[in-house]
Design a protein around this ligand. Structure first.
Ligand code: NAD
Length: 340
């Protein structure tokens, strides 16, 4: 082994081995994000019909082309496995994976908490991160704090874009003020077609008047398309039940009723219909009322703004885990760590 190979092999040993559960729009983007990292290595990917696992690392592009052409990463030769209990089987096959990004649909609204329960029951120890969105879903995870602690799991919840990046930005912006009056999150999402992000779109529809998580989950693809036809592909969302509120309240920053989240999703155009931003209004110690605004660059996609933070929080979670700190943490209370 030459010097460079020795360095590479040390890096591989030191790199955090990571699995991605759910291999739809966000899961595939997550795999591509990891492909450029040295500190994390993609070793596992799972979808509804199967999983792929290799302790030496998976090739993101091969996983994606297999998923797109055959419908599951389980068809990836020779490391794939077709099974309808992919998460359970992966956990049994590869108990040594350091951490997972749960890029799963949260349909029904307790699905991701039930996956966390599965991890606890399996005896696995490590770091989990989700990009879950609803207040009631984050509350279910917060209620599992002691179980997660006892299991030796460090669980980072609400660590996507909103909640996630924007909630963390609000927590930071709040520092200028003696009192916070309002946190207003407005997101713009542009995607070329809704099929690339079915769960995201169904979960967004669930926020529209007259819909619920259950009705949106039960909609067929044709029904989703018919609805999108009526709205010219655009979903306008107001006063959403988004966990940014409970996360900022729990972090002691502002009462949840002062946090609002809304946005516009264009499912037929990758250009953002508006610039995603968070506005934090408060009173300084001198009595001045002011607003800080943090605006994301329009060129950054939803996938970039979800997957980047998710891995940043996974790295932060790993540091907590190494110090023996287990339980559940939100994006508003921990600073994400940049993954090299
Ligand atoms: P998607 O519909 O594109 O893909 C879902 C994937 O999960 C598919 O690969 C599917 O096979 C897999 N899956 C479904 N059930 C499974 C099971 N039982 N076991 C294993 N795999 C299973 O989803 P998406 O649009 O990428 O969204 C994923 C999640 O990310 C959603 O919950 C969405 O709300 C969330 N999200 C969060 C933010 C944020 O800012 N916080 C933004 C966008 C999306």
């Amino acid at each position: 082994m030459n010097a460079q190979q020795a360095i590479n092999s040390t890096n591989i040993r030191k790199a955090m081995s990571v699995g991605v559960l759910g291999f739809g729009g966000l899961g595939q983007a997550a795999a591509l994000v990891l492909a450029a990292k040295q500190e994390m290595i993609l070793v596992a990917a799972a979808d509804k019909q199967g999983y792929a696992y290799s302790s030496d690392g998976l090739d993101a592009r091969q996983c994606i082309s297999t998923y797109q052409s055959q419908g599951s990463v389980g068809y990836l030769e020779p490391v794939g496995m077709i099974t309808n209990r992919s998460i359970q089987d992966l956990l049994e096959t590869a108990p040594q994976v350091d951490g997972y990004f749960l890029a799963l649909p949260n349909l029904p609204n307790n699905f991701i908490p039930s996956v966390a329960e599965q991890f606890i029951k399996s005896g696995w120890r490590g770091v989990l991160v989700d990009a879950i969105k609803r207040t009631s879903a984050v509350e279910q995870l917060l209620a599992m704090k002691e179980e997660l602690q006892a299991a030796g799991i460090t669980y980072m919840t609400g660590c996507g874009a909103t909640p996630g990046l924007l909630t963390a930005a609000a927590a930071l912006a709040a520092q200028s003020y003696a009192e916070i009056h309002r946190v207003e999150i407005t997101f713009g999402v542009g995607i070329a077609n809704w099929e690339a992000y079915r769960a995201t779109i169904r979960e967004d529809i669930a926020h529209m008047p007259g819909y619920s998580v259950e009705t949106a989950r039960a909609m067929t693809d044709a029904e989703v398309e018919a609805l999108l036809d009526k709205t010219h592909g655009v979903l306008t969302l107001e006063n959403m039940e988004h966990a940014d509120d409970v996360m900022l309240e729990l972090a002691g920053i502002v009462d949840r009723d002062r946090v609002t989240v809304g946005g516009v999703v264009d499912t037929r155009n990758p250009k953002k219909p508006l610039s995603t931003n968070v506005k934090v209004t408060g009173r300084t110690f001198e009595g001045k009322i002011s607003t800080h605004t943090f605006t994301l660059g329009d060129e950054t996609s939803m996938a970039a703004n979800v997957c980047g933070p998710a891995f940043g929080y996974l790295k932060a979670g790993k540091q907590l885990h190494q110090r023996g700190i287990y339980g559940v943490f939100t994006a508003a209370e921990i600073m994400p760590q940049f993954v090299k």
